[in-house]
Design a protein around this ligand. Sequence first.
Ligand code: SF4
Length: 206
Amino acid sequence: MKKYPISEFFHSWQGEGCHMGKSAFFIRLMGCPIKCVWCDSAETWKPGHMPDTVERYNAEELLQFAETGKFEFIVITGGEPTIHDLTELTTTFSNNGYKIHLETCGAFKIFGKFDWVTVSPKWASLPLDENLNIADEIKLIVEERDSIKKWWDIIKPFTKTDSVWLHPEWSLRNVSEITEAINFAIAEYGKPLRVGFQLHKLYNAT
Ligand code: SF4
């Protein structure tokens, strides 16, 4: 079976988006070529932050770790998980009755079968139209006052979801220029924009 490079796996709860607060089992894969300066999972790709050795597990092994019955769904995240072919991983979990969620920047073709797809696009590598079209929710990181309008112009023709979250970039969450821009955008554009937040960081959950 295919071995996947894994940064970590853990049972916690979803801190963002439509499934916020729900119990979940997270599988974080190694690797991301996008290299956002504010990346909060740099240990998956940044030299000097990565572990000396990377653990590799196949789908059956990961299934054994997840076999607790305590959570509502699996979250496949990263890094950027779609740089890996996730077909074997998702098929194994799906065949065992698990719902599978994906967190991706949307810049790469997706291989795998998912029950829920969250696309959080990044400027360094724009999302594929086909991924915006299948997104169940979209998460936009607001790091500049003008970024909401620029993102909205790009994604609006393709997105069918009624949940487009506006998250302040975490280090800027108390900067009034950013929060005011989010307030303004909700008033200006209305649906499907929503105010978002990374609740797990307030709780110090992973
Ligand atoms: S796309 Fe995601 S994982 Fe990759 S560098 Fe940006 S924030 Fe980090």
